[in-house]
Design a binder for this molecule. Sequence first.
Ligand SMILES: [Zn+2]
Length: 274
Amino acid sequence: MSGRPVPSATRAVIGGSGSLAAGLPADVHPDSTVLETGLVFDTPWGESPPFTLFELGGQRALHVAMHGWRKGVSRGRASRQVFSVLHRAGVRRILSDAGVGSLNRLLDPGDLVVVDDFVDMTTDRDRYGVVAGDHLLIMRDPVCPTGRQALLDAARRHAPDRRLFTRGTYVVTEGPRFESPAETRHLQMLGDVVGQSFCPEVWLARDIDACYAGLYLIVNYGEGVVRDWEHEVLARHFHEDAALVGRIVLDALAALPADADCGCRDLRKPTLLT
Ligand SMILES: [Zn+2]
């Protein structure tokens, strides 16, 4: 089964904790048509996680749940499996989501943030492998401006009463645990939200010549930020907002222009190393 060829698709959704509790894509978007589910492919880094192939807005797209993470596979390896599949499918536009913690004290649980920058604080070198590996990856504008705008427009349509932040810096940590108060104070100097999924996805997307943007749902305060967070609040957002987050991401995916002049292609240059 896993020896099958990867079907062609131009778009992809890398689902995260923000949409995990919803049944993407079929249960959250009435116009999506699921073509195949449970698609597992061989990759140079082992068998991929299961993908769903679907059609939305006249485009074929792949969906993978929870960043492809699963027990027994390191996150770096899982990311390379996912991007190896997206690369072979010919995917050029990727949207993602995640539940994240706050670092900026202006943020509250339930807020939505479309970030435009990141700081990678991970140290696991296994996260640092590339898929294509033949280009210089420039991180001047790491997040696709067209993808960000599509997410912002869709969020305003579907959640007009939510606070929506149009920029921010995502600090990426290793997990699987949350941060200590002292770590949070340190990370507050670096960015606005903290989570574990943005890297390596953002630069693996550039590695395979695809655009990348994400929608982030605040599910807890960072330790020592504003006040102690509550598990019930985190669980409520995790469950009750999943369909909303999924709907925003899918609507944004459908709205993405086929040929946007976003500038991402100019930030990937042939490597000078041989
Ligand atoms: Zn782009």
